[in-house]
Design a protein around this ligand. Structure first.
Ligand code: ADP
Ligand code: MP5
Ligand code: MG
Length: 576
């Protein structure tokens, strides 16, 4: 790759374009998918089997990427995990898949052994026949553009020899060897017979080996390892067996308040230290650490960075998972995706978005709250008690930290009443407090991006004035449309009023439920709701609720009015 071109991923993403690097002669020569690969992070790099010079690049719009022919596609970083299955899914292949998914890398798998395992220990082991391990290896490596191979449980000399032979036939960018021998529970996963083939055949091929204390000791004929200095000596001795780098893991170092690992690359020692997380949920830490190293290497990061990121990843996941409870044994699994806790919390919004939630949509305004001397939480509480069916925090001038604190407090109130809470514009705040969704305007974060950032289950609303914007909102994955200003309003300067006709046009064109906004209150809500169009589900109000002495009274009045108005018929028939 003497003359390859490297561009930073961040500069590429900033342009909202995918950049595809194409040597001018590539299409002319008709390169196939196999010898022309584009990888995306941290650099977009064009690789060709015969090191073809890169002489130019083409920038294309994101949507144009789908029109690409088979000969030029975006290469996804790919780790192949060659390891054992853990039925409890805390360690082994299952941990590797989760770690790679969390690190945004594709992971394929070759299963060497199937274990019956849980949080108590290993109840049974059934090794996969060697020929069938060979068959799996060939299937994946002959087809799938693997960047890095990561090994875990390799239970027999035969399987290790097959792996080494196959890797010579199908070389990869890096080999990460986690020399698994004993599970955290103390059960033997690979006996001493494999020690010599590890030392003599596999380690010399490895870019890094990652033994834990017990494994390092076994590989060094049983030497005692009890201090950080002992880890350093072990790292040097293991390095002499031929791997390019060694990481001796000190998760089980006795009497250490920190979790200390020693990394040695032949020149320098690095002491990687993090506070020891007080938790039982450490089953699978070693497997996950090695997979994360492999994932970072597959993305193209250098070894030291990969190891540092991996250590931080494990530490973060352990900290997040320290209180989760799965199984009755002494070593529980942890949550690689940092997702499990939220879904089991009592306060998580459990119902899916329902368009009837749009009936009385309260939108807060920091100026009005200031004017009437009330906190945002008091305003939200009163609106909900008065009958608001959904709340949006629209705090255009708030300091971020204050806004986040208010949002968290409002979320508690909303959750306890089963009312969804959305944040106007600020996706970061919505993510930070785990709000139920966001509402974005035409010049805010595009709805498609908001959807990607928030995930499929959050609520995304978009302000639309025209049928075209409405159609786009649907395509972008929005849940509802806010249409307005229906009437002139002083909460939004220079806002074009669409009137009842504009509202009708948008509702007729929309495949999503619509909430009307702008200058609506008790005096005109009925007129708006009775225009007789499909999809109009409610009214969104700011001043009518919050620009007055008593939010509770105003909300009750509007709620009574909306409950009486004739909004059945059309509005019950949602077209999605
Ligand atoms: N309680 C803990 N707190 C923070 N990090 C930990 C903890 N236990 C293990 N680690 C880290 O997890 C990784 C795996 O280490 P270790 O548990 O020693 O390996 P193995 O799982 O192979 O036995 C290491 O980076 C180690 O420092
Ligand atoms: C199938 C399998 N592979 C590896 C481990 C090691 O687990 P740990 O990472 O906790 O040492 C395990 N318990 N089971
Ligand atoms: Mg461990």
């Amino acid at each position: 790759m003497a003359s390859s071109t490297f561009l930073s991923a961040s500069s590429l993403f900033a342009t909202k374009h995918y950049l595809l690097l194409i040597p001018p002669q590539a299409s002319a020569k008709g390169y196939t998918n196999n010898n022309l690969r584009v990888s995306n992070s941290p650099s977009f790099v064009l690789r060709t089997k015969n090191s073809t010079h890169l002489q130019g690049f083409v920038a294309m719009q994101e949507k144009d990427a789908s029109t690409l022919g088979d000969d030029l596609k975006i290469k996804i970083p790919h780790v192949l995990s060659v390891a054992g299955s853990d039925s409890g899914a805390g360690a082994g292949i299952q941990a590797d898949l989760k770690a790679c998914a969390a690190r945004r890398v594709y992971c394929s798998t070759v299963i060497t052994s199937v274990t019956a395992q849980n949080t108590v220990g290993v109840q049974g082991v059934s090794n996969v026949p060697e020929d069938f391990v060979a068959e799996q290896l060939k299937s994946v490596l002959s087809d799938m553009q693997v960047d890095v191979v990561k090994t875990g449980m390799l239970p027999s000399v035969g399987i290790i020899n097959i792996l080494c032979k196959t890797l010579r036939e199908f070389p990869v960018q890096a080999l990460v060897v986690d020399p698994v021998m004993v599970s955290t529970s103390g059960d033997v996963l690979a006996g001493p017979s494999i020690l010599s083939v590890f030392r003599e055949v596999l380690f010399p091929m490895a870019d890094i080996i990652t033994p834990n204390l017990k494994e390092a000791s076994a590989l060094l004929d049983g030497v005692q390892l009890e201090t950080v200095d002992d880890l350093r000596c072990a790292a040097r001795l293991l390095y002499d067996m031929g791997p390019k780098n060694v990481l001796v893991k000190g998760g089980d170092l006795p009497d250490s308040s920190d979790a200390v690992d020693i990394f040695f690359n032949g020149d320098n020692f690095y002491e990687l230290r993090s506070p020891r997380v007080k938790t039982q949920n450490t089953h699978g830490t070693g497997c996950s650490l090695a997979s994360c190293i492999a994932a970072e290497l597959a993305k193209g990061y250098p070894m030291v960075s990969a190891v540092k990121v991996a250590k931080r990843f494990v530490e973060t996941a352990l900290d997040y998972s320290k209180d989760i409870f799965i199984g009755n044994g002494p070593q529980g699994p942890f949550d690689h995706l940092l997702r499990l806790k939220r879904h089991s919390q009592d306060c998580h919004r459990l119902q899916a978005f329902n368009s009837s939630d749009l009936l009385l949509y309260a939108v807060t305004d920091s100026e009005m709250n200031k004017k009437w001397g009330r906190s945002i939480t008091d305003a939200v509480k009163a609106a909900i008690e008065g009958g608001a069916t959904i709340v949006q925090l629209r705090e255009k001038d708030a300091e971020t930290q204050d806004f986040l604190e208010s949002a968290k407090a409002c979320l508690k109130i909303c959750r306890s009443h089963g009312v969804p809470l959305l944040i106007n514009d600020r996706i970061d705040i919505a993510l930070a407090c785990d709000a139920d969704g966001v509402h974005v305007g035409q010049s805010d974060m595009p709805a498609r991006v908001a959807r990607t950032l928030l995930g499929p289950e959050k609520i995304v609303g978009v302000s639309c004035k025209t049928p075209e914007q409405t159609r786009q909102a649907w395509v972008d994955g929005a849940d509802y449309i806010g249409c307005g200003g229906v009437y002139p309003t002083n909460t939004k300067e220079n806002n074009i009023t669409v009137g009842l006709d504009g509202l009708k046009t948008v509702c007729m064109a929309s495949t999503l439920p619509v909430v009307a906004i702008g200058g609506i209150g008790v005096s005109n809500a009925r007129t708006v709701m009775e225009i007789g169009v499909p999809n109009l589900k409610g009214v969104a109000v700011v001043s009518a609720l919050f620009d007055g002495e008593c939010v509770l009274t105003e909300t009750r009045k509007l709620h009574a009015m909306l409950s009486e108005s004739n909004i059945d018929g059309y509005t019950q028939k949602l077209i999605i």
